[in-house]
Design a protein around this ligand. Structure first.
Ligand SMILES: NC(=O)C1=CN([C@@H]2O[C@H](COP(=O)(O)OP(=O)(O)OC[C@H]3O[C@@H](n4cnc5c(N)ncnc54)[C@H](OP(=O)(O)O)[C@@H]3O)[C@@H](O)[C@H]2O)C=CC1
Ligand SMILES: O=C(O)C1=N[C@H](C(=O)O)C[C@H](O)C1
Length: 259
């Protein structure tokens, strides 16, 4: 990539897409070259020579967008939720093929950076939660969002719960104690054995509370994103970094050196 990074935004008229366009236009060394909407399939014709594309669309299309971006030779920064092991695996496989062809042609590898959350407070909360997880018998996650959100639980809560589950397993902890025999629908979603509760409330933007309990004590880690502007430094950092991170990176914590 040359010094100037040309950027396309997918979902450009959405809540996050619009903020991202403005942040890219305001950032040194970045140039916004394309705004893609619902009807614009990502490809050479619509991407306008972009080096990096940022996807803030919907869970049902984000994976297809990333494959199209890789076919077009464009690095991808993805904030859209809805990813799982299978979809991430397909992207890793595609990256392997594309980057082998690029290496044979003397080109650098493409990168895909999927970040469930670009907010510093959220990334730190997830990191602290992963560190704390091994020390507590009980762990649950509560995520709270604006009522226009289409998916539940949030991508951030899934990422948080998965990290807690990994840390618990590595420490040899079993399931959190829970005597529930009926009314399981009131106990939230099960993400890798960790209970995750989703609140949708007018007035909220994006918030998460991670609760840990032991006999006689509690630790609560809470983060609040009051304004979508708080995601933009992370988005710009990801755009600047993805070209030097060939392959798949999941989570901004790796770019921030927190992992
Ligand atoms: N990683 C992070 O830090 C954050 C991630 N997010 C995630 O980003 C995603 C977008 O959130 P948000 O901006 O609030 O959502 P919006 O609904 O505001 O925006 C979604 C955008 O996707 C477009 N879109 C809808 N359907 C399609 C389709 N079939 N094909 C192509 N484009 C489509 C919409 O176009 P149209 O306007 O035409 O409907 C719209 O521009 C969500 O998954 C959300 O969870 C959100 C905040 C932070
Ligand atoms: O839809 C949102 O708003 C958000 N989505 C992401 C998620 O699902 O984790 C990130 C943040 O919570 C805002």
């Amino acid at each position: 990539m040359s010094d100037l990074i040309r950027v396309a935004v997918l979902g450009a008229s959405g809540r996050m897409g619009a903020q991202t366009c403005a942040a890219v236009e305001a950032a040194d060394g970045l140039q916004l070259v394309a705004r893609l909407g619902r009807g614009d399939a990502p490809g050479a014709g619509t991407l306008a020579g972009a080096d990096v594309a940022v996807d803030f669309t919907v869970p049902s299309v984000t994976e297809a967008n990333v494959h199209a971006l890789l076919d077009a030779g464009v690095h991808a920064v993805v904030g859209t939720t809805g990813w799982d092991d299978a979809s991430r695996g397909r992207v890793t496989e595609h990256l392997g093929r594309v980057n082998a062809e690029r290496a044979a042609a003397g080109l650098g590898g493409l990168g895909v950076l999927i970040a469930p959350n670009f907010g510093l407070s959220a990334v730190l909360a997830m990191t602290f939660a992963a560190k704390a997880a091994r020390y507590f018998e009980s762990a649950e996650v509560v995520e709270l969002h604006h009522p226009n959100k289409v998916d539940a639980p949030s991508g951030t809560a899934r990422h948080t719960a998965a990290a807690i589950a990994r840390a618990r397993a590595e420490a040899g902890l079993g399931p959190s104690p829970d005597a529930t025999e009926s009314g399981w629908e009131a106990r939230g979603a099960d993400v890798d054995g960790v209970r995750v509760h989703a609140v949708r409330l007018r007035g909220l933007v994006a918030h998460e509370e991670i609760l840990f309990g032991n006999e006689g004590e509690q630790l609560v880690i809470r983060q609040d994103s009051f304004d979508r502007a708080s995601f933009m430094p992370g988005v710009v950092l990801a755009v600047r970094s993805v070209g030097s991170r060939p392959g798949l990176t999941v989570g901004l914590e790796h770019v921030l050196d927190l992992s």
